[in-house]
Design a protein around this ligand. Structure first.
Ligand code: AVJ
Length: 319
């Protein structure tokens, strides 16, 4: 069945999204999970962010993958079934598919439209690879289709998306990936590194204000999907490195006292109150290795760029 594409839809129902968003808005400080950024427009805006001069992670990770393709292929093995968490745009996976030539490719993403477009294009361009695309919220104990079990499993978790999770949740997620892989299974994961605060802050406060548009698009999405009436001009983008916590924080700050209706409920915002929309944890190589060890992974190899902006780790699950 070479070259076939299978599509599985485990997208959370709108009622679950409503409950989760309302629960987040009832907290102090208010929060909404960053996975909700990625409707069609949010995914497009994120792709545009990855091309910005200030946003160094994507191009740095691609460079690391390209420079080390042969060694990565050796460590992960050919003919495997390669899962990708948060597939998004396909630039990085093409580098890996070329180097690894896996038998099957299993992209997981919460953005249905984006996943379907990307998976269809890849299936066409790589006719020798079976594609099993699953639209799923992998942060939530991922649901998976029945997959062939005769192939060695490997996983790719690019982009430092692991940084969106609280360290404890990151640990639990990696453990689940490990259970999927089985003992000896390899995980290739991209992790953004700690660095000077001005470089970090610039990456999340670009002069073209695409990151601001990406952040604000969350309110537009909630307006459309949850019958809400956020006024986008009454919120402003805020992003900064929180040194103490070791993470970039993104917020939407209310510029005045206001009330917003969301799915039939009234939500009060005070002037200056913020809605916390994202954390992006940054790690040193040693910090991340310690986190991975806590999930049962040992380090086989770590690559960084010369400026030590970004790291890619090859980890092995030992149970
Ligand atoms: C996709 C989570 C890795 O944290 O850098 C980019 C998302 N947010 N600009 C990141 C993001 C603002 C990105 N991750």
């Amino acid at each position: 069945m070479n070259g076939s594409i299978h599509f599985y839809d485990f997208h959370p129902p709108v009622a679950d999204i409503r409950d989760e968003v309302l629960e987040g808005l009832s907290r102090r400080p208010k929060q909404v999970a960053p996975k909700y950024f990625y409707d069609r427009r949010g995914s497009q805006l994120f792709d545009a962010i990855t091309e910005l001069p200030e946003y160094y992670p994507t191009r740095t990770e691609v460079d690391i993958l390209e420079s080390n393709g042969a060694q990565i292929a050796e460590l992960l093995g050919n003919d495997c079934m390669l899962m990708e968490l948060g597939s998004g745009s396909s630039r990085k996976i093409r580098v890996l598919l070329d180097a690894l030539q896996p038998a099957a490719y299993v992209p997981l993403d919460i953005s249905r439209a984006h996943l379907l477009d990307a998976a269809t294009t890849l299936a066409r361009d790589y006719p020798q690879i079976d594609v099993h695309a699953a639209c799923t919220d992998y942060s939530n104990g991922f649901e998976l289709p029945e997959l062939p079990d005769h192939l060695a499993r490997a996983a790719f978790f690019p982009g430092s998306s692991i940084g969106n999770f609280e360290p404890d949740d990151a640990c639990a997620l990696l453990r689940r990936v490990g259970c999927y892989l089985g003992e000896g299974g390899k995980l290739l994961i991209g992790v953004d590194l700690k660095k000077d605060t001005s470089t970090l802050n610039a990456a999340y406060n670009d002069t073209r204000q695409l990151t601001a548009a990406f952040n604000l698009n969350l309110l537009e999405r909630i307006n459309r999907e949850l019958a809400a009436d956020f006024q986008l001009q009454c919120f402003e983008h805020l992003a900064f490195f929180n040194e103490q916590a070791g993470r970039i924080e993104m917020h939407l700050r209310s510029t005045r006292d206001q009330q917003v209706r969301v799915a039939g409920q009234v939500i009060d915002f005070a002037e200056g109150e913020s809605l916390h929309t994202e954390n992006s944890y940054k790690y040193s190589v040693a910090e991340f290795q310690a986190l991975a060890a806590g999930s049962g992974f040992s380090t086989e190899q770590v690559w960084t760029d010369d400026a030590r902006l970004f790291s890619v780790h090859c980890l092995r699950y030992s149970g």
